[in-house]
Ligand binder design. Sequence first.
Ligand SMILES: [Zn+2]
Length: 311
Amino acid sequence: MIRTIWKDILPEEAGHAQCHEHIWLNRGASYKVNPALCMDSREKSLQELTDYYRAGGRLIVDAQPTGCGRNAHMLAELSRESGVYIVSAAGFHKKEFFDQLLLFSWPEDKLAELYTKEIQTGITDSGQESFLYRAGILKAAADKDWQTDPVYHKLFEAVAQAAVQTGAPVMIHTEKGNDILKIIRWFQDRGISPRKLLICHLDRTHYDSSYHREVLSTGCCLCYDSIHRLKYISEQQETELLCSMKQSGFLEQIVLSLDTTGQRLRAYDAEDMGLDYILCTFIPRLVKLGFTAEEIRQMCVANAARILDFA
Ligand SMILES: [Zn+2]
């Protein structure tokens, strides 16, 4: 079962999926960090989702978690109207993105209870709990000081507790210099299998492909979500990385995404790129490089459905 914001679906219903996107972000703390980190036009977000659906897109994960500008009601409306399933996240992002600083003073167990509730019974946004909407993935942000900072310590422990309670998958934001194997072991020590972990951003934080192989050997899934983020990685580097993972037999553990912001999306009057970029431009490029339809289906459909499945 995959838990989308307003409806549980079967894994085989998911279709083409992108597991780390942003389609709505209230104007709040993130906006103050970077004005690009705001997406609050219903019309523009709907346009992106409609174009995505038309290109063959069926599901996205909206990676904005609890207390960080997430808007469950809007995600549900956008999903219903566009036909694109949206999986919402419970858990935490980096501290600088928090609107609800109050959460930092909560004890670990209370945070774990909130995250568990958001997965099982209802999401709380802006202090309001709604039983109509539920989160379908947990998020943890491995900021540079994730192991030494006491607030991160609590937040990590709370996500781990909620993952054990609910069986939900866990997506992990990573930073340059993070010891990814250590993060994976940390979750394993708390009873969470690497197969439930979706490690994000490695295509822009760790350029050494042999390190990717080492990480993948644990059984986790990698989200290559820096596609067309050219300030981090060129399209050629991105495709070389994918070819290298394919040659090593790791395609069954890779999913593709854009990790969009308002600054990058066509409907938000930004770059000439839409949420449909992978479908319309990147996949045809992979086909030219010799990727078969089956290999693309594996990454964009089968792997995505497997990592999002609560089973
Ligand atoms: Zn993101």
